[in-house]
Design a binder for this molecule. Structure first.
Ligand code: HXC
Ligand code: NAP
Length: 260
């Protein structure tokens, strides 16, 4: 099946949480489209590996080892990126933490930990990124999930965090639209080959049930999420902002009969 490819030559793209899984896939998509990358996450080893592979003709990638819960560290990284590259054209916030835990057994700190990484982290990234973003023209992309509107057992922390992220997206689209910054959420369904699905479907039986619950009958591919990011950052999406866009095989569309 044909795929549209987008040209992001010379754009300055910063991906928080961009060292593995879906977010690394998004960073790879931008690097292949000619953009100059910056990636940030906690593990120095993961940052180093991502930096090594994301450099291209447009320039070397920049890497930052930090925790998105630390607003000052996020600000320092953004400032360094902008000092080197001049501006941020595309800002992606995708760092997240997750584990299955029944609400009645989850400690307040367990709940807070996921809220802090996902939701506060997204605020920190957007807040720090704002000053350095190209105005007009910058694009911000937050990574959500269908659990932001379809509740899921053992996911009270992530459901609450992702719902909050979508409201961050909409609020920023309202506030920053007049300055020419677009802000959207991508909402991936279950994606193959990711840490997320290792945690949410930790055995073959759970994986099979999860696939059956998707109307398209399969998990998505990392590249299918990257494709949406390439579109959102492109001139073809110039009137798209404040949107939460599912790329989920309709797994978040409603109560499904599954794929039988
Ligand atoms: C219950 C748990 C727990 C578990 C941790 N906690 N794991 N509670 N069940 N399995 C509790 C701890 O007991 C502690 O509370 C608190 O959470 C903080 O734990 P730490 O280990 O100190 O946290 P930290 O070192 O900051 O690590 C964060 C983490 C970790 C989320 C726990 O797993 C992580 O770093 N994950 C990043 C990678 C990841 O999760 N990727 C998948 C994203 S997928 P107490 O009370 O004991 O102090 C994804 C899918 C989205 O997001 C789709 C659905 C929305
Ligand atoms: P992943 O590989 O674990 O990606 C998470 C990334 O965030 C990693 O680069 C991780 O690197 C970084 N990170 C985690 N905690 C951080 C922190 N406190 N500070 C800075 N960076 C941090 O998981 P994934 O499954 O690909 O998920 C990526 C995104 O997609 C998440 O937002 C997730 O909620 C969303 N999503 C995933 C699925 C799925 O099927 N996998 C479905 C819906 C939504 P370090 O360990 O180095 O920090």
């Amino acid at each position: 099946m044909g795929r549209i490819t987008f040209d992001h030559t010379g754009k300055n793209v910063m991906v928080f949480g961009g060292t593995s899984g879906i977010n690394l896939g998004i960073a790879r998509g931008f690097a292949a489209a000619g953009a100059r990358l910056g990636v940030a996450s906690r593990s120095q080893d993961k940052v180093d590996a991502a930096v090594k592979e994301l450099g291209n003709d447009a320039g070397p990638a920049l890497g930052f080892s930090l925790d998105v819960r630390d607003a000052e560290a996020v600000k320092t990284a953004v400032d360094q990126f902008v000092a080197e590259r001049g501006t941020i054209d595309v800002l992606v916030s995708g760092a997240a933490g997750n584990f299955l835990a029944p609400a009645a057994g989850l400690s307040p700190n367990g709940f807070k930990t996921v809220i802090d990484i996902d939701l506060l982290g997204t605020f920190n990234v957007m807040r720090a990124g704002y000053d350095g973003m190209t105005k007009p023209g910058a694009v911000a992309i937050n990574i959500s999930a269908p659990q932001s509107w379809i509740a899921m057992p053992f996911q009270i922390h992530a459901c609450a965090a992702k719902a909050g992220i979508d409201q961050v997206t909409r609020t920023l689209a309202l506030e920053w639209g007049p300055e020419g910054i677009r802000v959207n959420s991508i909402s991936p369904g279950p994606i193959a080959g990711t840490e997320g699905m290792e945690r949410l479907a930790p055995n073959a039986e759970a994986a099979e049930a999860s696939k059956k619950a998707v109307p398209l009958g399969r998990w998505g591919e990392i590249e299918e999420i990257a494709d949406m990011a390439m579109f959102l950052a492109s001139g073809s999406a110039q009137y798209v902002t404040g949107a939460v866009i599912p790329v989920d095989g309709a797994s978040g569309a409603g109560r499904s009969l599954g794929n039988r």
